[in-house]
Design a protein around this ligand. Structure first.
Ligand SMILES: [Mg+2]
Length: 272
């Protein structure tokens, strides 16, 4: 049980333990998303009834009105002084995979330097793009997050194809950033299944290594969300608030399919 873990060990018994603001500074300095964001979603002591919910962002928590896609495409055309000739699929994919295909299909070398330049331009343009596009938090999300936090045995994390910095900007724009304490992101992965494995690892770090995948729920809006949940042995609820219909999502055989989360009671009942 997490509550029975021994206290954190320090380098030396002689070394003074960090106190107050010093401790906070050290935590913030780790560069870890999970410790920067947990003001509303603190570490929940592990117990055998612990449940972890891993939320997708685009099409599940929020609709950015196309702000992310517009920012990336503008970053691409400005960075490489070209025009967009081919549309590529975005839904359910990782930012890294999207950027690779964007460069490949426009005959731009997919080099680390080009990838980094495009990423920097995208992140610089994203805040303004979010301001200019009409986005929204999707129906029922705020109430659902409140209810999950209220239950006291649920850890809230992310499982998103967004790069970590992009996720922070998008969620921050809609006041959701501090709801999530950890997550898996699209910085290094081309395959969403690998993002799911990262998210599960982060969940175990956050709530305890005893966490069983069958106590993990993925909440997403695409068949790829369902697939990646199965890759880690998690349960999954698919919500038709993105580009896929209820019928399309049902074909991927999630544990639950919902039109949206305005009435999350079927999901809450399955959580127990
Ligand atoms: Mg999505």
């Amino acid at each position: 049980m997490y509550a029975n873990k021994p206290p954190r060990r320090h380098k030396s018994d002689d070394e003074p333990r960090p106190q107050g603001s010093d401790l906070k500074h050290r935590q913030l300095s780790r560069g870890s998303f999970r410790l920067r964001s947990c003001t509303k979603s603190p570490r929940v002591p592990y117990n055998s009834l612990m449940i972890t919910c891993l939320f997708d962002i685009d099409g599940t928590l929020l609709a950015s009105g196309g702000a992310g896609k517009a920012a990336l495409e503008l970053a691409f055309t400005e960075t490489f002084h070209t025009t967009l000739r081919t549309q590529i699929p975005y839904s359910g994919r990782t930012d890294r995979a999207i950027m690779r295909e964007l460069l490949h299909t426009h005959d731009v070398e997919y080099s680390p330097a080009n990838r980094q330049t495009l990423m920097s331009a995208y992140l610089a343009l994203l805040p303004d793009s979010l301001n200019r596009h009409q986005g929204r938090v999707l129906p029922g999300i705020l109430a659902l997050l409140d209810e999950l936090r209220r239950r006291g045995n649920i850890a809230l994390g992310l499982l998103t194809g967004n790069v970590r910095a992009g996720a922070r900007v998008k969620l921050g724009h809609y006041g959701l950033f501090e709801q999530f304490a950890f997550g898996g992101f699209g910085d290094r992965h081309y395959d969403r299944d690998d993002v799911a494995r990262e998210a599960l690892g982060e969940a175990k770090t956050h709530v305890g290594p005893q966490l069983s995948p069958d106590r993990v729920w993925v909440i997403g809006d695409t068949p790829l969300d369902v697939k990646c949940a199965r890759a880690i042995g998690a349960k999954v609820v698919a919500v038709a608030t993105g580009v896929h219909t209820v019928e399309q999502l049902a074909e991927s055989k999630p544990d639950l399919t919902l039109r949206d989360l305005a009435d999350p009671s079927p999901f809450l009942e399955m959580l127990g």
